[in-house]
Ligand binder design. Structure first.
Ligand code: UGA
Length: 459
């Protein structure tokens, strides 16, 4: 099938590479010159495990262009995967989605049928607006046009995006037309029936079952996306709230999570207590959902509470540091991990940024380590002034991070940090304090290695 994908971000590029791997004929429209140059050189502009290899494998069925008019007219299906960044009031900004729809409608041929799919995460009602945008462009062009608009929300996780795209739990399609549903069923046939040979890096999981394709109306599909992310966000906030109480009553939240997770109605996933969620999705989507609710005059106290609990986890870490160091002024703190989660260089809404800002404001010196996110964190923290943080240092050497430091804070649970030489690090520090913001270590193990250990919700 000939496909045009608008936007080569996480969602757009992952989808493009996977669809090309499934032998679809894929053209990606990307306007950012830097990204486009990299893509023309065969390089992925995003950091995602396995994407570079797969991109190289599909070079013959994928192409990149800045020009909608070059690829849309001949496409059967057009996927919009552009960003919906938060506006100042927290609502999602859909102007890029609408602009993409407008540009597509301007170059559609009058005598062909197209399926226009919104994959970006959008507020409820956006598909209807996109259909109106398309209709108004057609009327301005004086043509009838034949476009079916459909919602096809994306559920991929950064760091696991290709697995998620090849082996999804489900595919959700929201459409009012049978033609759109049929086109999307043909598009995803190899995934729905798992008829493709798995890429060597991504073998099919042994317990994997064929995914259902759920069809519904566009508004419900849009709501499914927000509800899924909000539910996962509040599941994490719930265990973090329990963790706080565990600290007060001397219980271990990892044991509690294990015990409740064995109930199949609850399930054991997304019950890892710690520094909570960051990234480009949960913070933005919970806030956008509250925006939709506010516009409807509806209160969502559970979603609001999930956000409150999430962001106070960051403040709790600072309180824990204060409780052991007495004052933060003049102290040196090593930060292990800048990315919002492992296997990505993404620092958007990362807990590390708030923690570092808070420590600097309190007069501490901060040394920060991350395997791949240092550059992005540097950019996020320096703002307009590159010399703004004179007490902030970045290092790629964990020994240098620990040397003579007053405390270490483990912020991101990178695999590398699961294998730290605790005994050696403790010896190098001025005071061997480990605040484990992701409960990577068992308290007994860290204490045996000489650390004063404080986890999240642990004894
Ligand atoms: C999330 C969803 O998981 C995807 O299904 C969705 O498609 C995506 O948002 C999106 O809307 O684009 P993502 O933000 O990439 O994906 O990452 P997650 O793996 O869900 O983790 C989010 C945050 O929760 C991370 O900061 C992680 O450290 C934290 N987390 C996760 C916990 O604190 N505890 C847990 O038990 C699990």
């Amino acid at each position: 099938m000939k496909i045009a994908i608008i936007g080569a971000g996480y969602v757009g590029l992952t989808t493009a590479v996977v669809l090309a791997y499934l032998n679809h004929d894929v053209a990606v429209v990307e306007k950012d010159k830097n990204k486009l140059n990299l893509l023309h050189e065969g390089k992925s502009p995003i950091h995602e495990p396995g994407i570079q290899g797969l991109l190289e494998e599909v070079q013959h069925t994928i192409r990149f262009t800045p020009n909608v008019a070059e690829v849309v007219p001949e496409a059967e299906l057009i996927l919009i995967a552009v960003g919906t960044p938060p506006k100042k009031n927290g609502e999602a900004d859909t102007q890029h989605v609408e602009q993409a729809a407008r540009e597509v409608a301007e170059v559609c041929l009058p005598d062909r049928h197209y399926t226009l799919v919104v994959k970006s995460t959008v507020p409820i009602g956006t598909n209807q607006r996109v259909a109106k945008v398309v209709a108004s462009v057609f009327s301005a062009r004086g043509i009838q046009g034949n476009v079916s608009v459909a919602s096809n929300p994306e559920f991929l996780q950064e760091g696991l995006a290709l697995q998620g795209a090849l082996y999804p739990d489900r595919i959700v399609v929201g459409a009012n037309s049978d033609a759109a549903v049929d086109t999307l069923r043909r598009l995803y046939k190899p995934i729905l029936e798992q008829t493709f040979d798995p890429p060597s890096e991504f073998p099919r999981p042994s317990a994997y079952h064929l995914p259902p394709m759920m069809t519904t109306d566009p508004n419900s599909a849009e709501m499914i996306k927000y509800a899924a992310n909000t539910f996962l966000a509040l599941k994490i906030s719930f265990i973090n709230e329990i963790a706080g109480l565990c600290e007060k009553v001397s219980a271990d939240v990892t044991e509690v999570a294990r015990g409740i997770g064995l109930d199949t109605r609850i399930g054991n996933l997304f019950l890892r207590a710690g520094l909570g969620w960051g990234g480009s999705c949960y913070p933005k989507d919970t806030s956008a959902l509250l925006g939709v609710a506010a516009q409807s005059g509806y209160e969502m106290p559970i979603t609001e509470a999930a956000r409150t609990v999430n962001f106070r986890q960051r403040a709790h870490i600072i309180e824990k540091l204060r409780s052991v160091l007495k004052t933060l002024k003049g102290k040196t703190v090593g930060i292990l991990g800048l990315a919002f989660k492992p296997n990505t260089d993404d620092v958007r809404e990362a807990p590390s940024l708030d923690i570092i800002r808070e420590l600097l404001a309190a007069g501490a010196t901060v040394r920060a380590h991350d395997p791949i996110a240092i550059e992005n964190a540097q950019r996020a923290l320096s703002g307009k002034d590159p010399f703004a943080n004179t007490n902030l240092y970045f290092t790629e050497d964990i020994d240098a991070l620990a040397y003579d430091a007053d405390a270490l804070v483990l912020v991101t649970e990178w695999e590398l940090y699961h294998r730290l030489q605790l005994r050696k690090l403790a010896k190098q520090m001025k005071t061997p304090i480990l605040i484990d913001g992701r409960n990577v270590y068992s308290p007994a193990e860290a204490r045996a290695a000489g650390f004063h250990y404080i986890g999240v919700g642990r004894i």
